[in-house]
Design a protein around this ligand. Structure first.
Ligand code: OXD
Ligand code: MN
Length: 586
């Protein structure tokens, strides 16, 4: 390993060791030799289980504590000097008070354990968009996941030795005590402290904590954006490539959309889709006045249940090697994995996510937790784009917002212009999923899918979107989509998955002023003929239901939006004006 010479790093690591009192410190250099030794150690202690090397080479199985299976939004805190900087949508504690409380919890939390120091880069090391973090942890699971999700080790030390700044991330699983679990962000100090959890979203601090919460704070300060967005590339038959980024709340199909396989007739015409990212985008305005995006991550932390060869074959292929599975069901016959929705025979001799014997024929409960996950390297993905590896940023033509709504929201709708698009994003709502603790299926407002991830005041965040719009001479078009409309019988009307490309192609055509649209109070929706529905067997009624903005329904929706806006304390006038205009037009 390269010797670390950066004084700030050395001092901070010592400070953390003095507080947490580990028995030893191990710097992670990213070498295969060191990682392999850690995997071996974790298997010996029972923390990990090695899976069938022939069927799933380099794959491991992990179980979290049953009370520690999702992001914990109630225990996620933005600790700043002043409450108004965190805003009304974040849990806030005054920062000195929070440091004091956290110091008590961290005091001696690594006694008898090894403290791992993981230098990592979000983005391709040394590239224009990249930023460095160092995560200190007492968990081998975290080290191995960070190795997949970020770029770690010696190349990052070289950057630090050149004087690069870094985000200070301290994690201890401590006793994994749910009552003492805190995920705390100190954005004024470039610091994240997380304790008493071992679930990915709470402990892989490069992801939600750094890349979104601290990232959004830095983005506002430095004039860029950190968003909960996938990035994909659509190649037209003539070889032209266009890039789309899309924000959806957790477990609404971002990974599926990012790895979309075109329906047969579009494949035959020559359309191709490539994946750049499935969860997070960092966006900057380029010299040409366009918006450029990179995926700062290096892997996918995807929801397993529902992933199969039809819903997302690319994801399935991605997880066939060097993957860590968390809280899925294990097939004891061949030491492989299974989850609900996987199109492989369900085990009759299995072990559920809690480690209990599980038999698909007799067990009543689910074998895999609904938020069970795979952590898989992006390089495994059959559809990964070459642009992913350069870290240079791709020019975004269209931004898509979307939620999971059984009614109201049409299949796709284009905003009138940037600020109206910001309005469409701000009023986003979705039925909740298992990705976070709490009730599932309740409609909640989740502006830009950033409600749990915006590190500062939501009102200021909207203002930042509006200010970014002013910096672009050639901004992306903004759309809102809803793949989840249901009919009166409760069935999904739109087939979703690969067929979502049809809506994206309409959007890209609109960017060039090509496809036809009808103007509604919400924006432009496709005419019946402008959307490609070839082979879908949708009736005219179904198509109308998908594409209609029903005024009576929207008058009720207005009340919800007003209630949401009332909670946000201060809002840019552009948004309140857009809301007034919507009301008037309805
Ligand atoms: C995720 C989430 O894990 O959004 O990506 O919860
Ligand atoms: Mn996410």
């Amino acid at each position: 390993m390269i010797e670390i010479k950066n004084r700030k790093v050395i001092d901070w690591v010592k400070e953390c060791a003095d507080l947490t009192k580990p028995k030893e410190i191990l710097w992670i250099d990213g070498s295969e030799k060191q990682l392999e030794a850690l995997r071996k150690e974790a298997c010996e202690t029972g923390e990990l289980i090695k899976l069938n090397e022939e069927k799933l080479p380099g794959c491991y199985y992990y179980r979290t504590d049953p009370k520690d299976v999702a992001r914990d939004e109630k225990r996620t805190i933005i600790a700043t000097e002043r409450r108004e900087d965190a805003g009304p949508t974040n849990n806030w504690v005054q920062k000195d008070e929070m440091y004091q409380k956290m110091r008590t919890l961290f005091d001696g939390s690594m006694k008898g354990r090894t403290m791992y120091v993981i230098p990592y880069s979000m983005g391709v090391v040394g590239s224009e968009f990249a930023k460095i973090g160092i995560e200190i942890t007492d968990s081998i699971y975290v080290v191995l996941n960070m190795n997949i999700m970020t770029r770690i080790g010696d190349p990052v030390i070289e950057e630090l030795n050149k004087g690069a700044g870094f985000i200070k991330c301290l994690h201890s699983k401590a006793e994994v005590d749910a009552e003492k679990k805190y995920i705390v962000h100190f954005p004024e100090d470039d610091t994240i402290w997380s304790i008493n959890s071992a679930y990915g979203g709470n402990v892989l601090l490069g992801k939600k904590c750094f890349a979104l919460r601290i990232g959004s704070w830095l983005g506002r300060k430095e004039g860029w954006m950190a968003e909960h967005m996938l990035i994909l590339c659509i190649e037209a038959p003539n070889g032209e490539k266009k890039y789309v980024s899309a924000a959806f709340p957790s477990a609404c199909g971002k990974t599926n959309l990012a790895m979309l396989i075109p329906p047969k007739h579009l494949q035959e015409k020559g359309y191709k889709v490539y994946t750049i990212g499935d969860d997070i985008a960092w966006l900057r305005v380029g010299d040409d006045g366009r918006l450029y995006a990179v995926n700062p991550e290096n892997g996918f932390f995807g929801v397993a249940p529902g992933t199969n060869s039809k819903s997302n074959n690319n994801a399935l292929m991605t997880t066939k090697k060097n993957t860590i599975y968390t809280n899925v069901c294990r097939n004891l016959d061949d030491n492989t994995v299974w989850w609900e929705g996987l199109d492989l025979p369900a085990p009759t001799n299995g072990e559920d996510w809690l480690g209990r014997p599980w038999n698909a024929e007799t067990s009543e409960e689910k074998g895999a937790h609904p938020n069970s996950r795979f952590t898989a390297p992006a390089e495994n993905c059959p559809s990964i784009a070459p642009e992913f590896f350069t870290g240079e940023g791709v020019p975004i033509s269209a931004i898509i917002f979307g939620g999971r709504r059984a009614k109201a929201e049409p299949l796709i709708c284009q905003s009138r212009e940037w600020n109206h698009g910001v309005f469409l994003g701000s009023k986003m709502s979705s039925e909740t999923t298992a990705a976070a603790n709490g009730a599932v299926g309740v409609v909640r407002y989740d502006s830009m899918a950033m409600l749990p991830f915006c590190g500062y005041h939501m009102g200021d965040y909207f203002q930042h979107w509006i200010d970014m719009g002013k910096k672009m001479t050639n901004p992306p078009e903004i759309f809102n989509v809803n793949w989840f409309r249901k009919d009166a019988e409760g069935n999904f009307i739109w087939p979703g998955f690969g067929d979502n490309l049809r809506a994206l192609l309409w959007a890209l055509d609109r960017c060039e002023g090509k496809a036809d649209a009808v103007e509604t109070p919400l924006g432009y929706v496709p005419t019946r003929d402008s959307l490609d529905v070839e082979g879908l067997n949708l009736t005219d009624e179904q198509l109308d239901e998908l594409l209609t903005v029903d005024h009576e329904t929207w008058k009720k929706e207005l009340e919800g939006i007003k209630g949401w806006y009332a909670k946000l304390e201060h809002l840019p006038k552009e948004l309140t004006e857009a809301l007034e205009r919507l009301e008037k037009e309805l």
